[in-house]
Design a protein. Structure first.
Length: 512
């Protein structure tokens, strides 16, 4: 999608009723996967009008072992809006120790950085990344993890002393006082005039610099859209926004969203589902982003408004959902109350993530507390790691006599709660690689808890072994190998082997 097309869409959206994402997710709205299908496999239904013979040649059982496939996982924080771990902030451990500890937890799959603009740029024309970036990227590379991040254009954590803007921009961009900071005397929150020409020029440069550094890096799992307001969540709580009117606010953030969508083609972007309580155009931003293939995220799970839960639970099946909740972010077992059923409040929170069919759950920064929590209450993380996102296996594989050759039909089962976040590609290959067949399923399939079948017609006369593997195309042209979630053994390359039957095999069935 080209930038001018996105901007044209923004102009149209300003004049029409916004898309109800909940309706769109159930098939009632005109929302489609943003890239056209390529090399689409025949996905049935596979009737028996040619009853020449068939056999079930492979069937597998589901594994409950944790997997580290792209597109889902538990997220440990190298840095949150207030900084690294509490111990680092208090001087009890170094930043290096913190990153090593959080990345060494066996249940962490993704490392996450949420920092201010001033933490990545201190002068025009180049990035100046805080040390946490190099430490995080190095830990992820060494330990087979992935990295995600958000750059905050505004942050309450250090106000009034510090705002998120780099110091070199503060004299050029107006900062609007929007209200008193509780407990800070006369201190007031300040928001930049996002629509100011100098802010917009600097934002374009920031976006381009970040893309030059991270776009297409195989370690990067996603980037949160740089959105309005406190922590980049799309709001300023009960305080007013700094814009002169709604039209200016919506136009500004649609343009900023369009630029990011147009720039980041290989890396998934995630849009916050925050309702438009601050009147800055969130409905239009969410609509534009989801239509362009962005993932969805929410920064709470229990105290969310009904619309956010509805949007997340009924999102398009190819759209990943990222969930966190900051109320009990320290995982302090001494502070977690239990209900009448004996379920601690943190576990109750995290298991609701499965209700909205999420892909990710955030763990925040406190590695020692997380390890202690997992020892005391292992059920929560265990359930998430066996159900979050998608969990695929070739549940059935049939061989049929068709069209004077053999046909292989693969039925992929998804025991996870979420659909496939993109397009699943299947490949059948002979061990010597003289035969290689591949093709794609429809986007999002198989859905969470669902099945999807696909057919391959084999070269005439081939009846030996074939290896079946799968890749996930999250962004157009970017494919990543995934591991099958089955108990049966797989090959070192992740594929599973099936043994084809010969023409005269006694196991052929017909007329039944």
């Amino acid at each position: 999608m080209r930038r001018r097309d996105l901007l044209k869409s923004a102009a149209v959206l300003s004049a029409v009723t916004r898309l109800n994402l909940a309706s769109a997710g159930t098939g009632d709205g005109p929302i489609c996967f943003p890239q056209p299908p390529r090399d689409r496999l025949n996905q049935g239904p596979f009737d028996i009008e040619q009853d020449q013979g068939w056999q079930t040649i492979l069937f597998t059982t589901p594994s409950e072992k944790p997997l580290r496939n792209p597109g889902f996982g538990l997220v440990g924080y190298s840095w949150e809006e207030s900084g690294p771990s509490l111990a680092v902030r208090a001087g009890r451990e170094t930043l290096e120790q913190h990153v090593e500890k959080i990345s060494s937890l066996p249940f962490v799959d993704v490392l996450y950085i949420r920092c201010d603009w001033r933490n990545v740029q201190s002068r025009p024309g180049r990035l100046d990344l805080d040390p946490v970036w190099a430490l995080t990227m190095d830990a992820a590379k060494r330990k087979g993890l992935r990295v995600a991040f958000r750059i905050q254009l505004s942050n309450t954590s250090f106000q009034p002393e510090q705002v998120a803007l780099p110091p070199f921009l503060r004299e050029f961009i107006p900062l609007v006082k929007i209200g008193r900071i509780p407990g800070k005397g006369d201190g007031e929150y300040r928001e930049p005039r996002y629509d100011h020409p100098q802010f917009q020029r600097a934002f374009v440069e920031l976006n381009d610099l970040l893309a030059a550094e991270f776009e297409g890096n195989p370690l990067i799992e996603w980037m949160d859209l740089m959105q309005y307001g406190f922590w980049g969540e799309g709001h300023t709580s009960n305080f007013p926004n700094p814009f002169p009117d709604y039209v200016t606010a919506e136009r500004t953030f649609l343009n900023m969203t369009a630029r990011q969508l147009d720039t980041w083609k290989k890396t998934p972007l995630a849009v916050n589902t925050q309702p438009d309580i601050s009147n800055v155009g969130n409905r239009a931003v969410i609509d534009m982003a989801v239509r362009a293939g962005a993932w969805m995220r929410s920064d709470s799970i229990i105290v969310e408004e009904p619309i956010q839960i509805d949007e997340l639970a009924n999102r398009p099946p190819w759209t990943a959902a990222i969930l966190e909740d900051g109320y009990f972010r320290q995982y302090d077992t001494h502070a977690l109350k239990s209900d009448a059923a004996g379920i601690n409040v943190m576990e109750n929170y995290m298991l609701h993530v499965l209700d909205v069919r999420a892909n990710y759950w955030s763990l925040w920064t406190e590695a020692d507390n997380l390890a202690r929590y997992n020892e005391m209450y292992p059920r929560g993380f265990e359930r998430l790691r066996t159900s979050l996102g998608y969990r695929l296996r070739p549940s059935w594989v049939w061989q049929r006599k068709r069209y004077d050759t053999f046909e292989v039909i693969v039925c992929v089962s998804n025991r996870g709660v979420a659909g496939v976040p993109g397009v699943l590609w299947l490949q059948l290959e002979s061990p010597d690689r003289t035969i290689s067949l591949r093709g794609a399923l429809d986007a999002g399939h198989p859905h969470g808890g669902g099945l999807r079948q696909a057919s391959f017609l084999l070269p005439k006369g081939y009846n030996r072994k074939l290896n079946l593997s799968a890749q996930l195309e999250i962004r157009s042209g970017v494919k990543k190998l995934i591991a099958w979630a089955c108990e049966q053994p797989v090959n070192p390359d992740g594929s599973i082997t099936m043994e084809l039957k010969g023409e005269n095999d006694r196991g052929w069935r017909k007329g039944v």
